[in-house]
Design a protein around this ligand. Structure first.
Ligand code: GDP
Length: 297
């Protein structure tokens, strides 16, 4: 799992004499390699810098264990620290959906995978948690997106709110709430409109929907392959709307996962799920361990 970085680090440590404890210089040299590995995994520079500093403080003076090489030992410290940063509070993937009907607001940019993820999550809630779920599309400017959600709903056996022409997103959200209450739904999911980039109109619309729906969870869906852009998107949505968690999509791609670390470090919000493909069951609970392995390469 750690071959890449381990190899680099053993090269560094081969040149050093064996000592009883990791010296400050040993650690510094090793951490230069760690920083390169983080930057190559698309972790932002300030986050990589802070991270390396934290590891340096932890590693300096640690006794060298006999069973592993100093290089492996530094990798282990880095790995544990990555997990500490990536880990959110509570159960991974847990959602606050106890009081029925619980609203979940899905937000994000167009093309990030929001509609697909709404359906994936609805399917998961239905199949694994036995929840009765209603989905509603609020994307009034793109009738195709509304129809897409309906089609997905049929595929997974989850109800969608009937489409009524001429309504605005706030009206749809209110109708979803009423329908969810009357129909005895446990959860209703609001799939908000996406834009190609963040603009005032989009934010104002999502904000208005948030205010009427009072969501228990506001999940930002972002393309995990977009690296730093995903982090900027998260910062923007969090400061304006307030998100409770993140879903990183396209993690089946060959990205190195650095966005996950930057995302956690910058927004402080947990990554709850990862999308691992186009299929509707390709959604998994976020596992810090796996991402740490990917970042280390
Ligand atoms: P939206 O505009 O944000 O609602 O995006 P969509 O849900 O329509 O998704 C855009 C495209 O990304 C679709 O072709 C999806 O099948 C695809 N997609 C979504 N999530 C994933 C994922 O986790 N992995 C892969 N490979 N494709 C995904």
């Amino acid at each position: 799992m750690f071959e890449n970085l381990s190899e680099r680090l053993s090269g560094v440590f081969d040149r050093l004499t064996k000592q009883g404890a990791l010296s400050e210089d040993d650690v510094k040299t090793a951490l230069r390699e760690v920083r390169v590995a983080l930057l190559e995994a698309d972790v932002s520079l300030p986050v990589a810098r802070d991270f390396v500093k934290a590891v340096q403080d932890k590693a300096t003076g640690q006794a060298v264990t006999k069973s592993v090489t100093p290089g492996q030992q530094v990798v282990k410290i880095v790995h544990d620290e990555l997990i500490a940063v990536l880990q959110g509070e509570g159960e991974p993937g847990a959602l606050r959906i106890d009081n029925a009907p619980a609203p979940i607001l899905m937000v994000g940019l167009q093309g990030g995978g929001k509609t697909t993820t709404t359906a994936k999550l609805a399917k998961r809630l239905k199949d694994r948690d036995n929840k009765k779920v209603l989905m509603a599309s609020l994307d009034v400017n793109r009738p195709a997106a509304m129809e897409q959600l309906q089609i997905l709903g049929t595929q997974i056996g989850v109800d969608t709110l009937p489409i009524v022409k001429g309504e605005n997103p706030v009206q749809i959200a209110k109708r979803a709430k009423t329908q969810a209450s009357l129909g005895g739904y446990d959860v209703y999911m609001l799939d908000t409109a996406g834009r190609l980039s963040i603009d005032e109109e989009l934010m104002a619309q999502v904000e208005a929907v948030r205010d009427v729906a009072n969501p228990r969870e506001t999940l930002l869906v972002v393309d995990g392959l977009t690296g730093q852009d995903a982090v900027h998107t998260a910062e923007n949505f969090d400061s304006r709307i307030g998100i409770t968690g993140v879903v990183l999509t396209r993690m089946d791609g060959d990205g190195r996962g650095g966005a996950a670390l930057s995302m956690r470090a910058v927004t402080g919000k947990p990554i709850k799920f990862v999308g691992l493909g186009e299929k509707l069951d390709a959604l998994e609970t976020f596992e810090p361990d796996r991402i740490a392995g990917r970042i280390l390469g």
